[in-house]
Design a protein around this ligand. Structure first.
Ligand code: HMG
Ligand code: MG
Length: 298
């Protein structure tokens, strides 16, 4: 009962790098993004227009956006939390943005210094500008399973916030298990609750692999009609405001899974693995992705 085709959204250059302590040079980010689009990705999240005091690593997103080779047919969304970030995105000629909020009040405050309601108030002028400039908007809901500060999150709350993002004009909502604690049963229950309020075709799953459950979760929610998955090359990453959370599910691992099931995704595994090795050399670390490790050992 799987889809024939899935869409992968590469979030490595943003979610994967935002937590790096040492500054990653613009050149290395540009090389990574260009390698990811060349490998066949149709969406590569390129950075964030957020406060450099909060997330210093994303401070050079404007330069990144001017230096990447924009491949026709590929979107390069950037995270935007408020009007100020939107101004940056417009100036950098971004064609797609992502707005982000949470299903838990405590995480929303730690991450963006405001309540969930206030985050929506900040999105209003952002959506207005997006419409004016013909920009597509993706929405994110964080802490869809549990919050690092408030514990378990009610699926009904995730549904409510997701529906609100779609009503505002997002074309899709990505559901983030920010701290990677969810297991397949919980993820399916959450998806089914959200699907009562919004169509499944408008949902994406964004799993972090802290407890090693991501692939199992992907398989489980794919059986429930989800066909868009956020992944990070080499399994890079972690959220700066979710201590201890590890990277997103590795792009290599998801490709390997999909290839094994004969599900189309359009991305070349070897090219992704090479891009992953190169950024890992630049960062001075080993890839977290098991498939990347296995391919490297061959
Ligand atoms: P604030 O302090 O409440 O904002 O932060 P403010 O409006 O009061 O402004 C304070 C200062 O920030 C001012 O500068 C503003 O100019 C500046 P100062 O006068 O002090 O020098 N400022 C900005 N600068 C650049 N770009 C901006 C901007 N806005 C204000 N857009 C704010 C509110 C949202 C800005 C802050 O909390 C912030 O930047 N947070 C970063 C959050 C973030 O990027 N988190 C990681 C991404 S989300 C994530 O990883 C989860 C996800 O992967 C899904 C999942 O896994 O769950 C998507
Ligand atoms: Mg994330």
């Amino acid at each position: 009962n799987y889809p024939r085709h899935v869409r992968l959204v590469e979030v490595g250059p943003r979610d994967g790098l935002q937590n790096e302590a040492k500054p990653v040079p613009v050149q290395a980010k540009v090389a990574l993004i260009d390698a990811l689009s060349a490998a066949g990705h149709s969406a590569v999240e390129a950075g964030s227009f957020v406060s450099p005091k909060w997330v210093p690593q994303m401070a050079n997103t404007d330069e990144v956006m001017t230096q990447i080779k924009r491949k026709p047919g590929v979107s390069y969304p950037v995270l935007v939390p408020n009007k100020q970030g939107m101004n940056g995105a417009i100036e950098a000629k971004c064609e797609e943005i992502a707005i982000f909020t949470a299903a838990s009040e405590a995480f929303c405050r730690k991450n963006t210094n405001c309540s969930i309601d206030e985050s929506f108030a900040r999105f209003e002028p952002v959506m207005e500008a997006a419409q004016k400039h013909g920009m597509k908007v993706r929405g994110y809901v964080s802490t869809v399973i549990a919050c690092p500060y408030d514990g378990k999150v009610a699926p009904a709350k995730v549904a409510e916030v997701s529906a609100r993002l779609l009503r505002m004009g997002c074309y899709e909502v990505s559901l983030g298990d920010t701290i990677g604690v969810g297991t397949p049963g919980e993820c399916v229950a959450m998806i089914d609750a959200v699907a009562e309020k919004v169509p499944r075709e408008k949902l994406a799953a964004h799993f972090h692999d802290t407890y090693g459950q991501s692939l199992a979760n992907i398989l489980a929610v794919m059986e429930r009609g989800i066909a868009v998955f956020d992944t990070a090359v080499a399994g890079l990453g972690g959220c700066p405001y979710a201590k201890g959370a590890s990277g997103n599910v590795g792009t290599e691992d998801v490709i390997y899974l999909m290839n094994g099931l004969g599900i189309e995704h359009g991305v070349d595994l070897d090219a992704i693995a090479k891009a992953g090795r190169e950024i890992c050399v630049a960062l001075g670390r080993e890839p977290a992705s098991k498939v990347a490790q296995a391919l490297k050992a061959k």
